[in-house]
Design a protein. Structure first.
Length: 149
């Protein structure tokens, strides 16, 4: 019997095949990435808006129902997590009214003032937004008028 030698050709990827795959991946990325850019900022703004319009106001209303008054500016939103020791001391504090520290999606504390400048009957609540400055991207709980812009 003769030994039959089979020659197996080692097969790898050629440079052309690799370049084609890279081009296909780059093309797909170029189509998908622009659609996703800006979505994280929109999600952060929506979260801050929900906190300012629903979550924190609900906690503040519960605090006010229990104690008859809102936390002062000095007590701040921390009064919703721990019973304040400064005057006016809430005798019927039944918290915590929030589950965690109230920080905006950019990692900064929400701005709280009671009584408010813009809402003197109530409180002002805002986030400085992405810019961290008093600017158009602020999320606020009052209505802007032309004289305030």
């Amino acid at each position: 019997m003769k030994k039959i030698l089979l020659k197996f050709k080692e097969h790898g990827f050629s440079l052309i095949e690799i370049i084609l795959v890279v081009i296909i991946i780059a093309t797909l990325s170029a189509m998908v990435v622009p659609r996703l850019s800006g979505r994280s900022d929109q999600a952060r703004q929506a979260t801050a808006k929900a906190d300012i319009e629903v979550n924190i106001p609900t906690a503040l209303k519960l605090y006010e129902l229990d104690n008859g008054f809102l936390p002062t500016t000095d007590q701040g939103l921390d009064a919703l997590l721990q019973k304040p020791s400064t005057a006016p001391t809430p005798e019927n504090w039944n918290g915590p009214y929030l589950e965690k520290q109230s920080v905006d999606p950019w990692g900064r504390a929400y701005q709280y003032q009671s009584p408010g400048v813009h809402r003197p009957h109530d409180y002002d609540l805002s986030s400085l937004g992405k810019s961290a400055k008093d600017a158009k991207d602020d999320i606020i709980n009052w209505i802007e008028t032309e004289s305030q812009s």
